[in-house]
Design a binder for this molecule. Structure first.
Ligand SMILES: Cc1ncc(COP(=O)(O)O)c(C=O)c1O
Length: 381
């Protein structure tokens, strides 16, 4: 029997991979009034002070330091911990992760990933440690937590520091513990593409309170007071408008996470019967944030490659993203490192060629997800 294909009409307006969550506009205007009246625009003003307290409470952490973006936050985290030599990290991440090491004159050493979580595989880390290794920089990729216990155990055994790149992990909890409480320092990105954002922005969370002073010097040109510049610091401060947006976003982010959870469940229900499309479920004892929805395409079973599905969806005005492809280890600036050899990174190489992030944001309509899934389904027929 020949099945008649129903003609699916492309979306009139593009469906992007994400759309930023926005706070109430009237409330933003009121915040702008407050800032204008105070005439304090940056340098740890009222909004910054209030935001720091509120965010610390929300993230459930003992100490926090706010930054103008996540990249500079991570860069200064490495300096605050006096890292040098080599740091073990994942190739399956955004460019900023290895770049902050490079900017600190540290060599990123790429280690392979776990095929389920897409995070550093603890079984591979030890083999990458040398006398020059000072730390491990794992990423909770797409908000799926790393194997925290194993990584800490390895770090303790070799006397290494752990900095978590938690850029994707706002709101995530593991065994009832908030994700910012693991490792020596955790970095959150508040870039507009993240589930929670301050347009641009970032934060470091940590248990060791002596880092507060070090980080505050580092992000403000090294100023201790008006006349004492104690380190060659940089300018990485969060300004008052960013902090004000952050305060307002705290009111709306939980609802956004709930909406994305519901939309994720629709994707999962619709795609689970399609051969060759694989995706992860929630992990046990983890509170997820549903930051994005990622599938891997098994070309043989699905009958179409990841790249062809990407192009096909684009033809319908749907913008998926190949996150993370290419691997950081394949960037021109890093591909000559011995650890970048594909032989060292077989799982990451495989996953990066199969992975595709689908559109996901709170305002995405349920019928849009059904239409996206119909197009995927039709590709297999
Ligand atoms: C894993 C990861 N690390 C670091 C960053 C850098 O953060 P920012 O854009 O806030 O500088 C990002 C994304 O933007 C990211 O996805």
């Amino acid at each position: 029997m020949i099945m008649n294909k129903i003609k699916i009409i492309p979306f009139e307006k593009p469906i992007y991979i994400t759309r930023p969550l926005l706070p109430d506009k009237e409330e933003v205007y009121r915040k702008i009034d407050e800032i204008w009246n105070s005439k304090w625009l940056t340098n740890l003003g009222y909004q910054h002070q209030e935001f720091e307290i509120a965010l610390k409470e929300c993230l459930g952490v003992p100490n926090i330091s706010l930054f103008c973006n996540g990249t500079l936050a991570l860069q200064l985290a490495c300096q605050a911990l006096r890292l040098s030599g080599e740091v073990i990290t994942t190739p399956f991440t955004f460019a900023a992760t290895p770049h902050v090491l490079y900017w600190n004159r540290i060599t990123p050493v790429f280690s392979d990933i776990d095929p389920y979580t897409f995070n550093l595989d603890p079984d591979r880390i030890e083999g990458m440690i040398t006398p020059n290794t000072t730390a491990i920089l794992p990423v909770h990729v797409f908000g799926y937590p790393c194997n925290i216990d194993r990584i800490q155990e390895i770090a303790d055994r070799y006397g290494l520091r752990v900095i978590y790149d938690a850029a994707h992990s706002f709101g995530v909890e593991v065994n009832g513990e908030k994700i910012g409480n693991f490792g020596d320092i955790a970095m959150f990105s508040f870039h507009a593409t993240k589930i929670y954002h301050t347009i641009e922005g970032g934060a470091l969370t940590f248990r060791n309170s002596t880092l507060i002073e070090r980080l505050s010097f580092a992000k403000n040109f090294g100023f201790k007071d008006e006349e004492n510049i104690v380190v060659p610091g940089i300018n990485a401060k969060m300004n008052e408008l960013q902090a004000a947006i952050g305060l307002l976003m705290l009111k709306v982010v939980n609802k956004e996470i709930e909406k994305r959870k519901m939309l994720t469940s629709i994707y999962r229900k619709r795609l689970k019967s399609i051969k060759g499309i694989e995706f992860r479920d929630d992990m046990p004892k983890v509170k997820h944030n549903y930051y994005n929805f990622v599938v891997t395409i098994n070309e043989e079973k699905f009958g179409m490659s990841r790249d062809d599905l990407y192009k096909r969806l684009k033809g319908y005005n749907i913008y998926t993203r190949k996150y993370f492809y290419p691997l950081c280890s394949q960037f021109q600036c890093y591909r000559h490192y011995p650890s970048s050899s594909p032989k060292n990174l077989p799982v990451a190489e495989k996953i990066s060629k199969k992975v595709l992030s689908f559109p996901l944001y709170g305002d995405l309509q349920i019928e849009d997800i059904h239409k996206i899934c119909n197009i995927v389904q039709e590709a297999t027929i």
